[in-house]
Design a protein around this ligand. Structure first.
Ligand code: ATP
Ligand code: MG
Length: 138
């Protein structure tokens, strides 16, 4: 079934000049980009987006990193969109990510790990709505 997911090409990827390669890989994997833009997350956006991690010891560092520079936010569509993107991303820690995955190729550390992808259909819907109005999904 064709469905949707949400991605952030994270600040390290943009800073390192890897955003284009990552977006090309996303397209090569058969995702259709429904909406996308470059933006810089505010403190409030980053805190809200990762609110589920608010009690974790790495939360403040994560917010500082996610607000450190521009990112690409995108709504994506494909069959099995959520699990497929998670597979293409690889494990959270790039050192443990399968060879050839985006995090294995471009991630620098467990924090600076190149890309975000929604972890469920429910969160994909919430995360797309966090950044895009329905009229922007083309
Ligand atoms: P994301 O939600 O960004 O797609 P994920 O689902 O693989 O990543 P989460 O457990 O949701 O991993 O963690 C969110 C983000 O917080 C990670 O992508 C990473 O940037 C950062 N992070 C996770 N664990 C750690 C850690 N132990 N130390 C530092 N940063 C971490
Ligand atoms: Mg996550």
């Amino acid at each position: 079934m064709s469905n949707r997911t949400f991605t952030i090409v994270k600040p390290d990827s943009v800073a390192n000049g890897n955003a284009g390669k990552i977006i090309a890989r996303i397209e090569a994997e058969g995702f259709r980009i429904l909406a996308g833009r470059m933006t810089r997350l505010s403190q409030a956006q980053a805190r809200g987006f990762y609110a589920v991690h608010a009690e974790r010891p790495f939360y403040n560092d994560l917010v500082a990193y996610m607000t450190s520079g521009p990112v690409w936010v995108m709504a994506l569509e494909r069959d099995n969109a959520v699990p497929h993107l998670r597979a293409v991303m690889g494990a959270t820690n790039p050192a443990q990510a399968e060879p050839g995955t985006i995090r294995a190729l471009y991630g620098e550390s467990i924090e600076r790990n190149a890309i975000h992808g929604s972890d469920s259909n429910e969160n994909a819907t919430i995360e797309i709505a966090f950044f895009f109005s329905s009229g922007e999904l083309v």
